[in-house]
Design a protein around this ligand. Structure first.
Ligand code: SF4
Length: 224
């Protein structure tokens, strides 16, 4: 019974290759304001914000960085205070000990190897302490040089519901999305799914009744 429902749903919406462009277009129309929710003024603030956003919300990070970026401007500023002081200044983002350690390691490498600037290349970003693939992806995308597709909890859930991936692991999900999403959309695609996931395709209670993908583009739609 369940299998025939899945088959019926797939037939109704068609193959994912035919759906990806209309999905992007409709989500763009629905969420024209879908951009990064972090507040930053330059590449260093972007890097720090993304790093601090691990395991917490963007709203929470913005609250912390409002004061943080008034106090710390250059990489040297993060090293000019005792580690405990930096820990206090980022305390509210959680995991503050590890994050403070990573921030100091990151700033040391920026000063010693990159003239105090945030490096351009994706591989160089990945070398920085505390910078994993997701952070490097977000930073590259915001600088107009997307090297992949950012996968967070919303991107994972909405991609699965749309039948774009069956994977659970973020790296494997990204691999599926890279093959499917046109490269020109790599940067904005995650923002569209994140905002759609927050506003309509909720984890527990998706609002298919008001979703612009429900009738012909989503195999998981509760509306038929
Ligand atoms: S139709 Fe429902 S399950 Fe599919 S994307 Fe929209 S809200 Fe999510």
């Amino acid at each position: 019974m369940a299998r025939s429902y899945v088959r019926e749903a797939r037939r109704r919406v068609g193959p994912k290759r035919d759906r990806i462009v209309p999905v992007v277009e409709r989500l763009l129309a629905e969420h024209p304001d879908a951009t990064i929710a972090l507040t930053f003024r330059n590449d260093l603030e972007l890097l720090v914000s993304v790093m601090l956003s691990a395991q917490t919300t963007d709203v929470n990070v913005n609250r912390v960085t409002q004061a943080l970026f008034e106090k710390y401007h250059a990489p040297e500023d993060y090293l000019a205070v005792p580690q405990e002081e930096l820990e206090q200044d980022i305390f509210a983002t959680g995991f503050y000990r590890q994050k403070a350690k990573s921030l100091r390691g990151m700033m040391t490498m920026l000063i010693e190897e990159y003239d105090g600037e945030v490096p351009e290349s994706f591989d160089d970003l990945l070398r920085l302490p505390g910078v994993a693939r997701k952070t490097a992806n977000v930073v590259s995308a915001e600088r107009g040089n997307a090297q992949g597709v950012v996968v967070d909890t919303h991107v994972r859930r909405v991609s699965q519901r749309l039948g774009f991936t069956k994977q659970e692991d973020p790296v494997k999900i990204e691999r599926d999305l890279i093959k499917l999403v046109p490269r020109a959309d790599w940067a904005r695609f995650p923002h569209l799914l994140i905002w759609h996931g927050r506003r309509i395709c909720d984890a527990r209670k998706p609002e298919c009744e008001v979703c612009p993908l429900a009738l012909d583009l989503c195999p998981s739609s509760r509306v038929r």
